[in-house]
Unconditional design. Structure first.
Length: 286
């Protein structure tokens, strides 16, 4: 066999094996790999790389070494799931670097981290002032996870005793100008429905780069040509949209208020508006 052909076969085989082992043993991207996982993958690459270009080495030797190493690593991962002791010896343990709002300088020295490293990792989390952090941990991947002080945390609807509805599931129904039938079917909509919605925006399917729809049938579109403008809604469409918005507002008010009488009133009006919407829909969206 010509040398160039043998090198090609060995190289392709080595790449396939490395990719397969990465999928089996390290199901994460490079920045989230632990030190042990990174070393093992580098070992695989070096072993198979040498076997791919050094034709004096029988191909069976690097392949044998690869399968033995893969078997050992896979076995260790299974043992790690059941033994905390093995996990302790094979992977670094999370270490606190900020506690009760105080930077732990001694821990930073032990982990060979500078204050610059700490600030850099915090900025990656969107935190630009160390004084805002209540607690921070250095994870085994080298990332720092931080908990903001209570008065620095974003306000949530729960903090304000506001009830909010569930997040609506959204599916991508057009990708690169092609209709995605499976997600469209999961939402319970048809191709004809989607084409009608796109036509209402004065687009064609081929114009649309990306389109997403939620459970309520709300459609978002992004077109290839950013200069392409959709026609403004007609008076009927604008009226229908306003009617839906008022109905949604009434429903939201009924969930937010603590007054029983007001809650009942908003709920009744929301139901009446929903019925009105269904009655006028054929006339406003003809």
């Amino acid at each position: 066999m010509p040398g160039w052909l043998e090198v090609t076969i060995r190289t392709v085989s080595a790449l396939v094996l490395i990719l397969a082992s990465a999928r089996l043993l390290v199901r994460k991207n490079l920045q989230h790999m632990t030190q042990t996982e990174f070393i093992v993958m580098a070992f695989f690459g070096a072993m198979l790389g040498i076997g791919a270009v050094n034709l004096a080495i029988p191909i069976v030797f690097p392949l044998l070494g690869f399968f033995i190493a893969t078997l050992i690593l896979y076995s260790l991962q299974l043992v790690k799931l059941k033994s905390r002791t093995v996990r302790f010896w094979l992977q670094a343990q999370p270490v606190p670097v900020i506690k009760n709002g105080k930077v732990l300088e001694e821990e930073l020295k032990k982990q060979r981290l500078s204050s610059d490293d700490l600030e850099t990792e915090l900025r990656r989390k969107g935190i630009f002032q160390v004084q805002d952090v209540e607690f921070a941990m250095l994870e085994e991947t080298g990332e720092i996870d931080a908990l903001l002080k209570k008065d620095k945390q974003p306000i949530t609807p729960k903090d304000m005793s506001i009830q909010v509805g569930n997040v609506k599931e959204t599916e991508t129904v057009i990708r690169d100008g092609k209709i995605q039938d499976e997600p469209l079917n999961r939402l319970g909509f048809s191709r004809r429905w989607l084409e009608e919605k796109i036509t209402q925006k004065d687009y064609t399917i081929d114009n649309v780069f990306l389109a997403q729809v939620d459970r309520d049938g709300q459609l978002y579109t992004d077109v290839y040509d950013d200069q392409l403008k959709q026609s403004p809604p007609t008076e009927k469409q604008a009226l229908y949209t306003t009617l839906k918005k008022v109905q949604a507002d009434m429903q939201s008010f009924s969930l937010q208020t603590e007054n029983t009488q007001a809650k009942q009133m908003y709920a009744v009006h929301a139901q009446e508006l929903a019925e009105l919407e269904q009655n006028v829909k054929p006339y406003l969206l003809d």
